[in-house]
Write a protein that binds this ligand. Structure first.
Ligand code: AMP
Length: 378
């Protein structure tokens, strides 16, 4: 269905969410607060989002009969993750108003397509080469001198399908280990820090941009988000401009999260984009006038976008695996807000929840403030 600018979908409309994880859960929670209803398409009936939605369709993502049941009665369909099969996204487009579009999903699903899209729009990334045959493998092997990172083109997240490369042989081995599936090799960036921005764009082209935040990873999974990022005003401006430029180039209706490396010279290189709410935006629930989830609901329903203004500085930490068992201690910590996702089993590496520490100011961090707060936190 073409995304023609139409009247806003009023409260009471039904938002269909593809994906049952914590992002879908928090989209639904924001939607219900504004008077919307939600239907979720997910793999199992007890998924985090299924626990909070009116209607649950639990089936594989390529079950077209189930997709048909799902779209019946939904006013708009959105996504909480990008790895929906292309055929399913295209089918949905033929049967429902889909925001963001299946085309955006396709770009974000494939690292080679994504980097081509970014570079074609004048946005810088790490140098990269796609590997699809022996010839491109040889070209990629020449890049490894300064250190490089191998990534599968599709279905990678949280470091899955990735390897650090130090030699041409390691690249051959890495490629063999994924059965020679399409992949990319990127130059290793000795970054000063990693930052991200979340940008919302409505059907009428209005754009709002959350503050630039700083992200620290542990074992390839986001560990901590610090808002605002401790970067110069000039780098902040460049990062926001990059995010806005991407939202426009995508002709986005919804949210896009843009993960970036800040080089030691203060330049911005985009690592990846995700056309949905993002883990590095969870702090906005407690620290902004409008959360990323509410903003997404506003964007896909064609409502006026909210102000993303930050009223408190924040540090968000993910609760991975057994971390979530510390919930009692976290609840006793003043200025810390706890969010648990309703997952019954705390497997290692699984995102079980997050906590956000609020600082009663919205300004620059003082030297050492973040480190001290992190050291003394629960
Ligand atoms: P990704 O799955 O692409 O988001 O990568 C996960 C994490 O691996 C990033 O957040 C970085 O910390 C690190 N990483 C990925 N690509 C590179 C690169 N080209 N240079 C340096 N670090 C990288």
């Amino acid at each position: 269905m073409n995304d023609v600018p139409a009247a806003a979908l009023p409260p009471g409309s039904v938002i269909g969410i593809m994906g049952g994880g914590q992002l879908g859960r928090m989209i639904a929670m924001a939607a219900y607060r504004l008077g919307y209803r939600c239907s979720v398409f997910c793999e199992t009936e007890n998924d985090p989002a299924a626990q909070v939605c009116d209607t649950v369709v639990a089936a594989p993502y390529d079950d077209f009969a189930a997709l048909a049941r799902f779209v019946t009665g939904t006013d708009v369909v959105t996504f909480e993750f990008e790895n929906i099969p292309r055929e399913s996204a295209n089918w949905l487009t033929g049967h429902a108003l889909v925001r963001p579009s299946a085309r955006i999903l396709e770009i974000a699903q494939d690292r080679a397509l994504e980097k081509t899209f970014l570079n074609d729009n004048g946005i810088r990334t790490a140098p990269w080469v796609e590997i699809s045959d022996e010839e491109s493998l040889a070209r990629a092997q020449e890049m490894i001198g300064q250190g490089a990172v191998f990534k599968t083109a599709r279905f990678g997240y949280d470091g899955k399908g990735q390897a650090m490369l130090h030699s041409p042989q390691e690249l051959s081995n890495a490629w063999d280990s994924v059965n020679r599936a399409r992949a990319v090799v990127e130059g290793f960036i000795d970054f000063a820090c990693e930052v991200s921005v979340i940008v919302a764009r409505g059907p009428n082209g209005d754009i709002e941009c959350f503050d630039i935040v700083e992200n620290q990873h542990a074992h390839h999974i986001l560990d901590v988000t610090i808002s605002p990022a401790r970067i110069s005003p000039e780098t902040t401006r460049k990062a926001a401009e990059t995010g806005r430029g991407i939202a426009e180039a995508l002709d986005l209706v919804g949210l896009v999260a843009v993960e970036m490396f800040v080089t030691r010279e203060g330049d911005i290189l985009v690592n990846e984009i995700a056309p949905r709410p993002h883990n590095s935006g969870h702090w906005t629930i407690d620290s902004c006038v409008t959360s990323q989830f509410e903003q997404m609901v506003r964007a896909v329903c064609g409502l006026p976008l909210g102000t993303p203004a930050r009223h408190s500085n924040a540090i968000m930490r993910n609760l991975i695996g057994d971390d979530a068992h510390g919930w009692r201690k976290i609840l006793e910590s003043p200025e810390t807000k706890l969010h648990l996702y309703g997952k019954s089993e705390a497997r290692p590496g699984r995102k079980m929840g997050h906590m956000t520490r609020l600082f009663p100011k919205a300004g620059e961090w003082s030297p050492g403030e973040v480190e001290t707060a992190l050291k003394n936190w629960v």
